[in-house]
Design a protein around this ligand. Structure first.
Ligand code: VGL
Ligand code: ZN
Length: 213
C-alpha cells in the first residue's frame, strides 16, 4: 500500500471502521478469528483517510440478541422476533463494559464520529445505518450527507454481519460502497459468509482489497 491514498484524501469519501472492539477479538466473548489482525491494518488505512468514522456495537444488559435473554436457548441458535429471524449471541459489547471498549492498539485519533448501534433493548442492529427492524435509523445517512460524503469504504468486524449489513444499506442509499475484504474477518456461522458476499454483490457493493487503496 502507498503511504498516501488518493481515495482517502478525497473529502467526499469516508472510511467506516466497523466494530473494532475487545469482545470481537480473540479472547473476547464473541471472538472473531483473526480479529486482532485487523487493528494494525485499520490504523494504517485510517492514516490515509481524511474522514474516518468508528462504529461501536453497544447493547444494554439483557439485550434481545443475547441467548441468555431466552431461557433454554443457546448461542448461534436462530429465533423468530417480530422483525424477523434473529441469531442469538453470547452476551457481548454491553454498554460501558471492558468488552465494549475499542480494541487496544486502535490508534485513530482523527476519527470524527462514533456511531453506536444495537442500543435498543428489543432490536438488534448489525447495520450501522438501520437497526435490524430495517426502519429505525441510526442517523448515519444524514450525517454523511450533511458532510457531502457520497462514497464509503468499510473494513472491520465481522465481514458477514456488521460489515455486510452496513455495506448493503450504504449501497441502497446510493453511496458508492467499497468493502476492503482483506481488512475484515468473519464469524461464518451456518454459511453466513457466503450469504453475505452474495447479498453485497447483489446490492452493488464493490469488493476490493487493501492493495487497491
Ligand atoms: C456483530 C454479531 C452481533 C458484528 C455484532 O459486529 O458483526 N455480530 N453483534
Ligand atoms: Zn451485537
Amino acid at each position: 500500500m502507498r503511504a498516501t491514498s488518493s481515495i482517502g484524501e478525497n473529502p467526499r469519501v469516508a472510511l467506516l471502521l466497523v466494530d473494532l472492539q475487545v469482545d470481537f477479538l480473540p479472547g473476547g466473548s464473541l471472538a472473531v478469528a483473526g480479529g486482532d489482525e485487523v487493528v494494525p491494518l485499520a490504523n494504517r488505512v485510517a492514516s490515509t483517510f481524511r474522514n474516518v468514522i468508528l462504529t461501536q456495537d453497544w447493547h444494554p444488559a439483557g439485550h434481545v440478541s443475547f441467548a441468555t435473554s431466552h431461557p433454554g436457548r443457546a448461542p448461534f441458535e436462530v429465533i423468530d422476533l417480530p422483525y424477523g429471524p434473529q441469531v442469538l449471541w453470547p452476551d457481548h459489547c454491553v454498554q460501558g463494559t471492558a468488552g465494549a471498549a475499542f480494541a487496544p492498539g486502535l490508534d485513530v485519533p482523527h476519527a470524527h464520529m462514533i456511531v453506536r448501534k444495537g442500543v435498543h433493548a428489543g432490536i438488534d442492529s448489525y447495520s450501522t445505518f438501520y437497526e435490524a427492524d430495517r426502519v429505525t435509523p441510526t442517523g448515519l445517512t444524514g450525517a454523511l450527507r450533511d458532510r457531502g460524503i457520497d462514497h464509503v469504504c468499510l473494513m472491520g468486524l465481522a465481514t458477514d454481519f456488521c460489515v455486510a449489513w452496513s455495506a448493503v444499506d450504504a449501497a441502497r442509499h446510493r453511496f458508492r460502497t467499497q468493502v476492503i475484504l482483506d481488512g475484515c474477518r468473519a464469524i461464518d456461522a451456518n454459511g453466513s459468509l457466503a450469504r453475505a458476499q452474495a447479498d453485497m454483490a447483489a446490492a452493488g457493493v464493490e469488493l476490493i482489497g487493501l492493495a487497491d487503496l
